[in-house]
Design a protein around this ligand. Sequence first.
Ligand code: FAD
Length: 531
Amino acid sequence: MDKEEADFIVVGAGPAGCAVAARLADAADRPSVCLVEIGPATPSWLSRVPMGIVALVPWRGRHNYAYQTVPQAQLDGRRGYVPRGRGVGGSSLINAMICTRGQPQDYDGWAALGCVGWSWRDVLPVFRRIEDNTRGADDWHGTGGPLPVSDLRSPGPLSRAFVEAAVQCGYPRNDDFNGPRQEGVGLYQVFQRNGRRVDAGSAYLGDGKPRPNLRVLAGAPARRIMFDGQRASGVLVGERHLRARREVIVCAGAIGSPQLLMLSGIGPAAHLRELGIAVLRDAPDVGAHLQDHVDYTANLRVRADGLFGTNPATLARLTGSIGAYRRRGEGMLTSNAAEAGGFIRSGPQVERPDLQLHFCIGMVDDHNRRMHLASGLALHVCVLRPASRGCVRLGGAGVADAPLIDPNFLAEPQDMELLLEGARIVRRILAAPALAAYGGRALHGTGSEDDEGLRALIRAHADTIYHPVGTCRMGADAGAVVDPRLRVRGVQGLRVADASIMPTLVSGNTEAPSAMIGEMAAAFVLADQRP
Ligand SMILES: Cc1cc2nc3c(=O)[nH]c(=O)nc-3n(C[C@H](O)[C@H](O)[C@H](O)COP(=O)(O)OP(=O)(O)OC[C@H]3O[C@@H](n4cnc5c(N)ncnc54)[C@H](O)[C@@H]3O)c2cc1C
């Protein structure tokens, strides 16, 4: 392959970009594909060990941008934390590995907005095709796909106690959130094989298939998309001009994709001019419509077998578990920390789950950035379909300038009311017999605040549970950034395909949906090439 030229250039190697690159490279005519990724080519050992998440998320590092938000008015003016993965694998290098897809109504809602081809009937076969589920294939699940989906090898006793406690509160048990019914509580399935994390890069590109027509350019920041007139002709990567003979596909994620479009002159004109960027196309929706799952975490100090903490006892257990992990892929190192959870309705009048729970076998205070010399547990609750909308703007005219991220959390009062109801539910579950048996003391507050007190706790502690989307929204309307075939409106030869294109946030975790979007994009690209 000519090193400065390829048929397709894919920018960003998260779950979506890896899916796009692999599927294009596997196409019948074997087009040349160049996958450009700013971060490293291979995952660190910490990323391969599932429990490594507790060290990967809190700090900036080779796999984590560790951005922060602008001050959030509804969160006491605090800046939120925005961990984002970097490297081949993207955020799947540092995420909690939970495999859920959202609800059928999410995708049917996209179709109702005019996004033809994105209904649940359209995307379910793709979800089935991308997975290799250890439980086998049926109408809802697939085998033989790139992404391994497994049950946790060694879930802790407290995760099972959480499920019991939630059942005692009247929530249905559910052993399969990706089956016919999402609602209920249970243990999550994870992107793991034999107890090891399988990030999307390893899944899609490390499958042993020879792909001489695919070149992965890691450690390579895409600074700008180049244009011949209105047609994307290539990408400026570092100091090099890479030419795309056919198309450029931007898969840089919900933060990186609007950033790259704006650096390339596609975005809100006034904002671009402020930074001295020549405007190619005034596109106000680039960076707008940021949506994220706003989350409140109740932490309890608890002493019990199987719980984690920053203390000598946990360290001793971790050291003792290395053998089991190495030999059999079992033990506490295989834990994804957020082992259990579920999808619940905030009240009987609500038609489908509007809250998600994540139960962690350790305390998670400020994303684990604040550590405590005690063991404990955390129960997260997040708003599945927030009404608040925020935005991503440039923090400077270079790719290394951290973007200004404003999720605008809880700007819409209904999000606060729903999160408050979620916090009440969390309290009830923590107090149900199966968990109450372990005792425990609230890390923040007294554990018995009234609604005003709970609101104050939410303002003091709520933040993201890491699912930003919507910043290059897909739609049939002229204002949408991409059309339903993911082509950027107003220019040629350019698509966006990743979490940023979601018109509305799906009701669940976003890795599988992002990979699905990558698969859809590759199919559109290939179909559109046909004469
Ligand atoms: C801490 C954390 C926990 C999470 N837990 C879960 C979970 O348990 N389950 C789940 O389903 N989802 C989870 N998610 C969300 C999920 O990982 C993301 O939604 C998903 O990875 C998004 O995929 P993507 O392809 O859109 O982008 P990303 O995964 O963000 O990848 C984008 C890639 O583009 C690269 N890039 C950006 N800009 C440039 C540029 N200019 N040049 C070159 N490369 C560039 C980045 O380095 C990155 O590698 C979590 C996320 C985080 C951060």
